[in-house]
Design a protein. Structure first.
Length: 293
């Protein structure tokens, strides 16, 4: 099962941003990667389809539609179109990769997408619920008709063969309906369980993101954050190197934001067993953090 787009928000300032209006109407699609995208390189990953039962979204998710022999398009979960072919054969597919988002910005954008994903899942929940609610009525109706055919089954030596066949055929049809309905019930029930588990996982991720966004904001405001989450920069570790100038004790009180997670500098320093900031120890810290990324 593939997902359909839920809106047409072409101006969303997130991963894909349609800048055509600012480009004299000419196609201009920009893409700003997550900090952790493409294996923590802050580079654009390939577009990837996803399923309603998935417990997480790909970094660069794709909703692909083909309407006819020519008409087709590709959007993200927020409806931003990044590729299309029209009925007249016109096509746009060029994507301009722009600077990546830092981790805090990435988490905010991801939560918008997770919210949209939960909306899709809720819509599917209602569909499954309606199917389940109608199942008992269908079984009851089929059961009643089965009993009617059974009661009308002619008996005795003078019973017509055609009447017997008619009643038997009717009983078979109603039994087949009950069997198919029961199988459908089993499928929908399992789908409901899978959907519930995946929705719980998505919601938990969204809540973890929100908590980290608050922490990152507080650390940034207090001056305790070393943000090296963007790895597309030429001097990606520059904020870390500059933090060494504030001294050993100040460094231990800080937190370093990597593309994929937030860590305490005190934890890193302790793991390395260092007690001052000699040139050698500084390089050990940089090397350790590079390995973590």
């Amino acid at each position: 099962m593939r997902i359909n787009a839920i809106n047409n928000n072409l101006g969303f300032k997130g991963l894909f941003t349609n800048k055509s209006a600012q480009n004299n109407g000419n196609w201009l699609m920009e893409y700003s990667p997550y900090s952790w995208e493409a294996n923590n390189t802050s580079k654009m990953a390939n577009k990837q389809k996803f399923d309603i039962f998935d417990a997480k979204l790909p970094d660069n998710e794709e909703i692909y539609k083909k309407y006819s022999y020519l008409a087709e398009n590709s959007t993200d979960i927020l409806g931003t179109e990044s590729y299309y072919v029209r009925d007249d054969g016109s096509m746009r597919r060029t994507i301009t990769e722009v600077p990546a988002m830092n981790r805090e910005e990435s988490l905010k954008v991801q939560n918008k997408k997770l919210e949209a994903f939960l909306g899709m899942k809720n819509k599917k929940f209602l569909e499954l619920k309606n199917n389940l609610c109608g199942t008992l009525d269908n079984i009851t109706a089929a059961e009643s008709k089965f009993d009617s055919y059974a009661a009308a089954m002619p008996t005795g030596v003078f019973a017509s063969s055609s009447d017997r066949k008619y009643a038997a055929h009717g009983m078979y049809d109603e039994f087949d309906k009950v069997q198919k309905t029961a199988k459908g019930l089993y499928h929908d029930y399992n789908s409901y369980i899978y959907l519930k588990e995946s929705a719980d996982a998505v919601l938990a991720q969204k809540e973890r993101n929100a908590k980290e966004i608050n922490i990152l904001n507080e650390l940034r405001q207090s001056g305790k954050l070393i943000d090296i989450s963007r790895r597309d920069l030429r001097e990606a570790n520059k904020p870390l190197v500059e933090s060494f100038q504030q001294g050993f004790n100040a460094l231990k009180a800080k937190f370093v934001c990597l593309p994929h997670k937030l860590m305490s500098m005190s934890e890193i320093i302790q793991s390395l067993g260092i007690h001052n900031l000699t040139a050698e120890n500084r390089q050990m810290i940089v090397n350790c953090i590079n390995r973590l990324i």
